[in-house]
Design a protein around this ligand. Structure first.
Ligand code: FAD
Length: 117
């Protein structure tokens, strides 16, 4: 029942890094298909998250605050907001979402000019 808090936190940090980087690379003007891809991805991500208790909580957050996928800015803002919901639940400090900027850099600037999918 105790589980392994260190492993759970490590998985969380790695996942959040990846999660926010996905949002930061989402197209600025996504097609309907790209929007649907992100929406279903987030729901499947929540279902399949390896920590069962976390997955359950996160799915509840998604029901309350469905993914916002109309643009990169909107998706990144939503991702920051939903992470803050988890932060609040865990009594962690709130992250200032106006400071997102280039915080999540994929290191792939060379294809930034393309559609960035
Ligand atoms: P993390 O929350 O892992 O954040 C990592 C870094 O991201 C921070 O240091 C900061 O630089 C940045 N950051 C912080 N907030 C934001 C934000 N709002 N937007 C953008 N960047 C931000 N743990 C549990 O114990 N119970 C759970 O139910 C649970 N559910 C989870 C659900 C999901 C989907 C995920 C990915 C993780 C979950 N976790 C859960 C793990 C938990 O959220 C943390 O990842 C873990 O506790 C480590 O926390 P941390 O303080 O190192 O920072």
């Amino acid at each position: 029942k105790l589980g392994n808090a260190t492993a759970k936190a490590e998985l969380g940090r790695a996942t959040w890094k990846y999660f926010h980087t996905v949002m930061a690379r989402f197209p600025e003007k996504p097609t309907e298909d790209q929007q649907e891809a992100l929406r279903s991805y987030i729901h499947l991500f929540a279902r399949l998250y390896p920590c069962g208790e976390c997955a359950e909580h996160f799915q509840q957050h998604l029901t309350k605050y469905p993914p916002q996928v109309s643009s990169r800015k909107v998706a990144a803002g939503w991702g920051c907001f939903i992470h803050n919901e988890v932060n609040a639940m865990l009594d962690k400090p709130e992250f200032d979402c106006t400071n997102l900027g280039a915080f999540y850099d994929c290191g792939c600037a060379e294809d930034e000019e393309g559609e960035g999918e």
